[in-house]
Write a protein that binds this ligand. Structure first.
Ligand SMILES: *Cc1c(COP(=O)(O)O)cnc(C)c1O
Length: 460
């Protein structure tokens, strides 16, 4: 018999979780205006809002927290992180920053000018925002099959090379191309090595540097090893090296595959860009040997990067996501497939197909999962976008979803069973809900954070 995956770690310290009653949660969600971002963490049993900065550090990382060097300049922790980054990525220059969007802030203010175009497979929201803040335009060259739910290709994160080339042909103001690995906005699905290599060749043909948004680089490498021909026998470290050999630089949020609660990195091959970016780092983040972080954070990130490139860890990480997906499938919950590296996405539009799209089916399903079992995910629906500036109409995403993101090394498989059973109970009762949610208070920006809602039919 083939043995199942098992976590390559054991529990040394535990943190208590509070269970609550349906009645308590009913009151709390009303107080939170049916917007789960307003809940207190003490009102939540299992928090699947995000895996960003919510992972569990190892004993070795906590040991680094004690021995980190807090010198303002030239800290030992900085050199430790630099050595690890060089060893893993094979890229000579790097700058620590306090998180992923800080890397975007520093790098884009160094590389972009007004009117520029920045293509990518599908930019993350903060990336898009920082491109726009520099008066440049972010353009997604997503492959058409990425949003086709019947397509089972795992490498849906791939960039469409024809779309990219036609941009190159019609524009001479493209200062960089960004591949997001894994592609967060497409469900955490990977980019293949072949696509990375071909994108790199195309970029070279047009003398344009290629960068990674590398928040989940290790999960991407795991998918390449598992699914791409010719990589089965390579180690994760070899695959990561090869991936990064194709790029000029990268931005990385350490809160994902760095397994730290706070931290980020910029990696660069060009000494000139490194020097220019250093100036912006001092402006926005702090001196270049700490970049807005404590010395102990730098050391913990160095250790986290080493751990996240270990095969056994990555297997348990990615396969736990699949475990949850398969449990939900057993209850016939409509899901996005294939499963990505950090989250499961429930198709809320299909789940509640009998409720109008105008009634925020993503937020509604998320609310009902919370009421049923004290679990918090994220609803993705009309509320996730700003309204059309011209018509004032809602802009709907291609699919309405609930994302259940799994924090790294935090929850056990009995938690996964509990989550699946909770969603199954909501699914069984889905026809009892005839209506969804309506807005009580709307805002112009960051609607999903600020909006207040209530059930359309108060009797449900
Ligand atoms: C999280 C994330 C970011 C932003 O990083 P923060 O640390 O949250 O600022 C950028 N890109 C991708 C792909 C991410 O997943």
């Amino acid at each position: 018999m083939q043995l199942p995956y098992a976590e390559p770690y054991k529990i040394k310290m535990v943190e208590s979780l509070t269970k609550s009653s349906y009645g308590q949660r009913y009151q709390w969600i009303k107080d939170a205006k049916y917007n789960l971002i307003n809940l207190k963490s003490s009102q939540i049993f299992l928090d699947l809002l995000t895996d960003s900065g919510t992972g569990a550090m190892s004993d070795k990382q906590w040991a680094e927290m004690m021995t980190g060097d807090e010198s303002y300049a030239g800290s030992r922790s900085y050199f430790q992180l630099k050595d690890v980054a060089k060893q893993i990525f094979g890229i000579p220059y790097f700058i620590p920053v306090h998180q992923g969007r800080a890397a975007e802030h520093v790098l884009f203010s160094t590389l972009l000018k007004a009117g520029d175009i920045v293509p990518g497979n599908m930019h993350f929201v903060t990336t898009k925002e920082h491109i726009t803040l520099n008066n440049a335009t972010a353009i997604d060259c997503t492959i058409n099959s990425a949003c086709d739910i019947t397509n089972q290709n795992i490498f849906k994160g791939n960039i469409d090379l024809e779309k990219l080339e036609s941009l190159f042909k019609s524009n001479d103001n493209i200062p960089l191309v960004i591949l997001t690995i894994t592609c967060n906005s497409i469900g955490g699905l990977p980019v293949s090595m072949q696509n990375i290599q071909e994108t790199s060749s195309l970029c070279k043909k047009y003398h344009c540097p290629l960068y990674f948004d590398a928040a989940r680089f290790a999960e991407n490498a795991y998918f390449i090893k598992k699914y791409e021909k010719g990589f089965e026998k390579k180690t994760i470290c070899e695959i990561v090296k090869e991936m990064f050999s194709h790029v000029e630089g990268f931005m990385l949020s350490g809160k994902k595959n760095g397994i730290v609660n706070m931290g980020g990195l910029i990696g660069l091959r060009s000494e000139t860009i490194f020097k220019n970016a250093s100036v912006n780092t001092v402006r926005y983040e702090g001196y270049i040997t700490y970049g807005g972080l404590s010395g102990r954070d730098l050391s913990a990130l160095a250790q986290g990067l080493l751990e996240s490139t270990e095969y056994d860890y990555l297997e348990s990480r990615v396969e736990q996501v699949a475990y949850l997906g398969n449990r939900l499938k057993q209850y016939h919950i409509p899901l996005l497939e294939p499963f990505g590296g950090h989250a499961i996405f429930i198709n809320a539009g299909e789940f509640y197909h009998h409720i109008p799209q105008t009634e925020y089916r993503g937020q509604f399903l998320n609310s009902n999962i919370y009421l049923e079992g004290g679990i918090r995910g994220v609803g993705i629906d009309g509320l996730s976008n700003n309204r059309d500036p011209d018509t004032g109409k809602e802009v709907y995403p291609p699919m309405e979803l609930v994302r259940l993101a799994l924090p790294t090394r935090v929850y056990t498989n009995s938690h996964m069973d509990y989550i699946a059973a909770t969603v199954a109970n909501v699914f069984e009762k889905r026809h009892e809900s005839k209506r969804g949610l309506k807005l009580v208070k709307d805002t112009k920006l960051l609607r999903s954070f600020m909006a207040e809602l209530e059930p359309t039919d108060q009797n449900t």
